[in-house]
Design a protein around this ligand. Sequence first.
Ligand SMILES: CC(C)(COP(=O)(O)OP(=O)(O)OC[C@H]1O[C@@H](n2cnc3c(N)ncnc32)[C@H](O)[C@@H]1OP(=O)(O)O)[C@@H](O)C(=O)NCCC(=O)NCCS
Length: 194
Amino acid sequence: MERLNFETPSISRKTDAIEYIDEFREYGSDINGSGGLDRFTGDYEGWLLKLEADRNRIPDEKRSPGETYFLVRQSDKRIVGMINIRYVLNERLKKYGGNIGYSIRPTERRKGYNKINLYLALKLCQLHGVKKVLLDANTDNPASWKTIEALGGAMLREYFDDEFDHCMVRDYEIDVDASLERFSKIYEPMVAKI
Ligand SMILES: CC(C)(COP(=O)(O)OP(=O)(O)OC[C@H]1O[C@@H](n2cnc3c(N)ncnc32)[C@H](O)[C@@H]1OP(=O)(O)O)[C@@H](O)C(=O)NCCC(=O)NCCS
């Protein structure tokens, strides 16, 4: 069984990180949860500084503090996914985006990796005292809302978003403690011990 864990981005991953984003471009895929790495492939060092600033942001209506991680497979240390976690939400994020954004690289999809990605994020949310996690997913993105439902997400509403994405969107809430209690037996064996 493959085991995965989060890794904090560092300079040693420069080439791997750029290759990760290049793969999304090659496959014409949406990029989410990258902490803006797709805008910084020419300035990886600048992106690391941005992540530091993101981490220490004072929440306001424009920005919210957040952490970005690589999801790494233990067997070959490949970056298979990324995730951006916002422990504090402003009104804008409550309405659009929620606590978590994620992606799995196109060549590693449909292996259950995003469910582990979300499971690991819920563990960190619990450590930060976050009781309820809000997430949204476009209705035409079943890979995203099935991930959320697989971790016990309850749909709050489905509506037409005429402000941001201009499509049908589903808002979900996950009760962090209840989800971890219910799903840790399944996902804990897939987490690499570091
Ligand atoms: C959304 C995304 C992260 C899913 O990653 P993944 O590793 O393939 O997902 P998993 O393998 O963990 O599968 C999660 C669930 O979605 C289902 N699923 C995965 N891909 C699917 C697809 N193309 N169509 C339908 N269902 C799909 C899986 O069967 C699983 O559901 P199940 O538990 O009921 O079987 C990935 O497709 C991605 O990076 N997309 C681009 C970025 C994006 O859309 N991010 C989400 C917006 S924040």
